[in-house]
Design a protein around this ligand. Structure first.
Ligand SMILES: [Zn+2]
Length: 58
């Protein structure tokens, strides 16, 4: 198997209530945007901490 697609380019193909369905322009996979956000979060969390922790309190 090759490297898994990271779905760099997606577009919204359908919307239901508060759920958006997006399709990857690279591999054609369709998933809901919540799922996609989780995938994207996993990547950003690896290099980025919670910004709220850095806030200086008076
Ligand atoms: Zn993809």
């Amino acid at each position: 198997m090759g490297s898994p697609c990271k779905h760099p380019k997606v577009r919204v193909v359908a919307r239901e209530e508060d759920i958006e369905y997006v399709e990857c322009q690279e591999c054609g996979e369709v998933f809901d945007s919540d799922e996609f956000r989780d995938m994207a979060l996993e990547e950003t969390q690896a290099k980025d901490g919670d910004p709220d922790d850095d806030e200086v309190r008076p």
